[in-house]
Design a protein around this ligand. Structure first.
Ligand code: F6R
Length: 367
């Protein structure tokens, strides 16, 4: 059942290339220049009238939403607000019929997410569900479903569901940009080509995980650590931090790199591990300054970045790990993989139950 892998989580991490391919299949036209989403009832007119988007979800699905919403803002220039589902309806969100609400849920059964969907409906919004279970309550109640085709996810810690949610968001963002004319055909084709390269790039990363394993064994001896990143990288490290907490029970915090000095820097002491994710090259120099602040207080910094930046970064960090290069908006689909592996190997090094962490259930049907 685990297909030769020691754990479902490891199997599901390795299924990501297939999940990416399956989620893209049939949604990119033969020319490779256009996204097609024939399953959508949402009309072009409705798309042109969207004034704002709300993305609502819990946990890992929320983290996928953070990336997805940021991609939509960049490609389509529609304002996006993000909410964890348990907060959404209690803050009287400003929903109108021109608001598009996107709920994200692997299981499609999360109680808070379902309640958020109903709140959106009560206020006349069109709701799109990005879900992995097409027969689920959330899929049934939503006006539209964009199915992630990741296959069943058994491990409590979500991996392939998250990353295929990213693929679904990329496709949907491109689709919106086509209708609203915010990207040229050439720009769309360029992004599609980069998306089509992602599965192989993930395979390449999974072929060699020795360095991340060694590093995970190192951090498994610590009780606290930090993740930092900017922009899309900040969204991804929030997911990396959750994954690590969830299955290794190591306390970690994910910080926007520039925010550390506004208080939390006080916690940086000799030897504390700090993982810096650096794929957003426009803000790389800024993150390097933040790394220097950490180093000056004795933090031990591991950078995860593109090969070409490692030689210069090694002047400011203790260790570095390379990931394959892609477009800035697609980086999450690659950079999350070493963070998943880090959590997996740290859990393993601590002798914990990787697939069934304490206190947690796969599907959360209470509010
Ligand atoms: C973490 C994890 C949870 C879920 C969350 C939402 O690894 O799996 O944070 O992402 O409980 O679940 P779904 O996506 O089923 O709504």
């Amino acid at each position: 059942e685990k297909g030769g892998y020691d754990h479902f989580m490891l199997k599901e991490i390795h299924e990501q290339p297939k999940a990416y391919r399956d989620t893209m299949l049939g949604r990119i036209d033969a020319s490779g220049k256009k996204v097609v989403l024939p399953e959508l009832k949402l009309t072009d007119e409705q798309i042109r009238n969207i004034t704002n988007i709300h993305i609502v979800a819990c946990g890992t699905a929320y983290h996928a939403g953070l990336v997805g919403g940021s991609v939509i803002e960049q490609l389509v220039r529609i304002p996006v607000a993000f909410d964890v589902a348990s907060e959404y309806r209690y803050r009287s969100p400003l929903i109108t019929p021109q608001t598009l609400v996107i709920v994200v849920s692997q299981s499609g059964e999360t109680a808070d997410t379902l309640a958020a969907l109903r709140e959106a409906h009560d206020n006349g919004a069109h709701v799109i569900a990005i879900t992995n279970v097409v027969g689920s309550s959330i899929a049934r109640d939503a006006d539209d479903v964009i199915a992630t085709l990741a296959g069943p996810e058994i491990a409590v810690a979500s991996t392939k569901a998250y990353s295929s949610q990213l693929i679904a968001f990329y496709l949907f963002a491109l689709y919106l940009s086509q209708v609203r004319g915010t990207q040229t055909e050439a720009e769309v084709a360029h992004i599609i080509a980069a998306m089509q390269a992602l599965p192989e790039q993930v395979e390449k990363m999974l072929d060699n995980t020795d360095a991340i394993k060694t590093y995970a064994e190192e951090i498994s001896k610590h009780e606290h650590l930090f993740f930092i990143g900017r922009g899309m990288d900040y969204a991804v490290v929030q997911e990396g931090s959750l994954k690590l907490k969830e299955i290794s029970y190591i306390h970690s915090e994910a910080y926007a790199a520039g925010e550390l000095k506004h208080g939390t820097l006080a916690l940086i002491e000799e030897g504390i591990p700090v993982i810096a994710l650096i794929t957003q090259e426009n803000v790389m120099e800024k993150t390097v300054s933040n790394i220097k602040e950490v180093k000056a207080r004795g933090g031990a910094v591991m950078a995860i970045t593109y090969d070409e930046h490692i030689p210069s970064l090694l002047k400011s960090v203790d260790q570095a790990l390379a990931i394959p290069k892609t477009l800035p908006i697609l980086s999450a689909a690659l950079s999350v993989v070493p963070l998943q592996m880090l959590a997996y190997y740290a859990s393993l090094a601590r002798g914990l139950d990787v697939d069934k962490p304490r206190n947690l259930a796969k599907s959360v049907t209470v509010e």
